[in-house]
Design a protein around this ligand. Structure first.
Ligand code: ZN
Ligand code: ZN
Length: 233
């Protein structure tokens, strides 16, 4: 360990993003928190929440996408997302992304998905919020995911053109739908036409944001969409 690193560790010791205990491992949760993060192994229909067995046979085809969430929103993941979004601790993105990677490794065992035929798009945030926060948390999560699976990250094509209220400030599903209505735009349709997409977000609640992104991607003639979130509230 370099001397500078030793001093940094004394002044800013690395904390587990789930419980804030000081730990040595820089990119992960402590063992106790890891044991409390239950990782799923299913993909779901976004309409009825039924498990999908085959990605080519969805029970509600009108939904136009398949949903996957890695784990639940519990005290640990809530703490970690809060740590990332509001205290700007960007290393937490890798810890959260590792949950998503573990989950998707499971999915690839159970489902026939040729991952090489997919490109990855993170759910964007508005320019205003990006400038305030300095990063897009979903993009950081997607980047680590892409590094692991050796996939291409397309982080400039889907952009957010409306600086709406955070969805977390709205309780009602109708309000949330209106809040995100037409908030996205595609910059370069040629880049995504006929492509299969993995959409990545940090957290999914009512799914209004994801559905709005799916809407514009489908208008631009993408093929399959699998929307993934680290956790579902
Ligand atoms: Zn912990
Ligand atoms: Zn269904």
């Amino acid at each position: 360990m370099k001397i500078l690193e030793i001093f940094q560790n004394i002044i800013f010791p690395h904390r587990c993003p789930g419980c804030l205990k000081i730990i040595k491992n820089k990119t992960d949760f402590c063992k106790n928190c890891i044991n409390q993060i239950k990782i799923y192994n299913n993909l779901f229909c976004p309409r009825c929440k039924n498990r999908i067995l085959n990605i080519n046979k969805i029970c509600h085809p009108k939904e136009k996408f398949i949903l996957g969430t890695a784990t639940d929103y519990n005290k640990i993941t809530e703490q970690a997302i809060h740590f990332l979004k509001f205290q700007f601790v960007t290393s937490v993105a890798n810890s959260l992304s590792n949950i998503l990677v573990n989950y998707f490794e499971q999915i690839l065992k159970y489902y026939q998905i040729n991952i090489k035929n997919f490109i990855v798009i993170p759910i964007p945030i508005s320019k205003k919020r990006f400038n305030l926060r300095g990063f897009n948390q979903s993009e950081l999560i997607a980047k680590n995911f892409c590094d692991h699976f050796n996939l291409k990250l397309y982080n400039k094509n889907l952009i957010k053109i409306k600086n709406n209220k955070p969805q977390s400030e709205l309780k009602d599903i109708n309000q949330r739908q209106i809040n995100v209505l037409n908030c996205f735009q595609i910059q370069n349709p040629k880049e995504i036409i006929n492509k299969n997409i993995i959409l990545i977000d940090d957290i999914i609640t009512t799914g209004s944001t994801i559905k709005e992104a799916v809407k514009i991607l489908k208008l631009n003639k993408v093929k399959k969409i699998i929307a993934l979130a680290v956790c579902k509230a």
